[in-house]
Design a binder for this molecule. Structure first.
Ligand code: PMV
Length: 335
């Protein structure tokens, strides 16, 4: 079967030539936490997922990026004020992303990215990073692409970036098309001002297996993965019900079961993939015990050892007393 390349797909939506112009201001995109996870690709080139997913964006926590015409003859990528070596893996991905839009034109760029996600929180920044980069590319080249197209293109940088173009609850539809142009995210109308997310930091060391290789390994080797698309579809529908009816228990239960189901498929891979550390498991047991004692809190986890705890504003003081070092985010702001 003939597959599309990223360049082919993007080229369909670009003008014949582009006129880059240095940006004065930075573009910003929030980080996001999936309540129903994206795990497994049906197309690795375009980052097309096997299942739809649903996340909540982290308001002011994320990445800001701007693109300038570089003074020297070389592309430059700066992360948090530091110039990266040209062969740095983040710098290579950023430049490869920009190459999809510059159409071979010879204009070296300087890309400046800053993450305000505290590195100590152990949060991934690839989602907000590629969403902010997409918005910056749109401005730098004066493309004026609508947010759906930007979501589809940001997805090609990192799957979860498709969701970081929007605030609040966001659903990324897996789509069916071969070129992936129906695999885009869109925000839900619903808000949940009382929702809180706490970040429990277990480790911030770089993970040994990134999510791209992790999901490829799972799809290729875990028989258990076959049940994942069914689990995800059921969870997605439960999350819609929970959000529509502001049913916190249903939201928390669904998110926690979804995360543990995803991790079960990883554990069943070969070689086995276990992102948890001993402290992750200790935190899980503590959460289960607190829940048994009547406190309303649930957790979710991504491809790493850290936990993200879901709870309501009314329980914030009680939860923070149990986890004093936890950073708390109000995704819909504080009333
Ligand atoms: O977008 P990626 O390639 O970093 O993958 C993200 C995978 C998870 O964080 C585990 C799940 C998700 O939906 O964000």
């Amino acid at each position: 079967m003939l597959k599309f390349t990223k360049q082919q797909v993007v080229a369909e939506y670009l003008p014949a030539s582009v006129a880059p112009q240095s940006m004065d201001d930075f573009s910003f995109a929030p980080s996001n936490i999936a309540l129903c996870k994206y795990w497994g690709k049906r197309d690795a080139e375009l980052n097309l997922p096997i299942n739809s997913s649903l996340s909540v964006s982290l308001a002011h926590l994320g990445s800001k990026t701007r693109i300038l015409l570089a003074d020297g003859g070389q592309d430059e990528v700066l992360l948090n004020g530091e110039l990266l070596a040209p062969d740095n893996s983040f710098a290579t991905k950023v430049i490869a992303f920009i190459d999809m839009f510059r159409r071979g034109a010879d204009h070296p760029v300087r890309v400046e990215t800053e993450n305000n996600i505290p590195t100590a929180a152990g949060l991934a920044s690839s989602a907000s990073g590629f969403a902010a980069l997409m918005q910056a590319v749109d401005q730098f080249y004066g493309l004026q692409l609508d947010l759906s197209l930007q979501s589809a293109f940001a997805r090609m940088g990192s799957g979860s970036a498709s969701r970081s173009l929007f605030n609040g609850f966001v659903e990324w539809q897996m789509g069916q098309r071969e070129d992936g142009m129906d695999s885009i995210a869109a925000p839900l109308a619903a808000e949940w001002p009382d929702l809180r997310i706490g970040l429990i930091k277990v480790s911030t060391a770089q993970k040994p297996v990134d999510s791209r290789s992790g999901m490829n390994r799972t799809v290729a080797t875990a028989h258990l993965y076959q049940s994942w698309p069914m689990q995800a579809a059921a969870d997605l529908s439960r999350l819609h019900t929970a959000i529509e009816s502001r049913d916190f228990e249903l939201l928390g239960q669904t998110a926690e079961q979804n995360a543990l189901s995803m991790h079960a498929t990883m554990i069943a891979s070969w070689p086995p993939l276990l992102y948890w550390q001993a402290d992750s498991v200790t935190a899980m047991h503590k959460i289960w015990q607190l829940r048994a004692d009547g406190l309303g809190l649930y957790f979710t986890m991504d491809a790493g050892p850290n936990l993200k705890v879901l709870f309501s504003a009314a329980d914030e003081a009680a939860v923070c007393e149990q986890f004093p070092d936890m950073q708390v985010i109000a995704p819909f702001g504080r009333q």
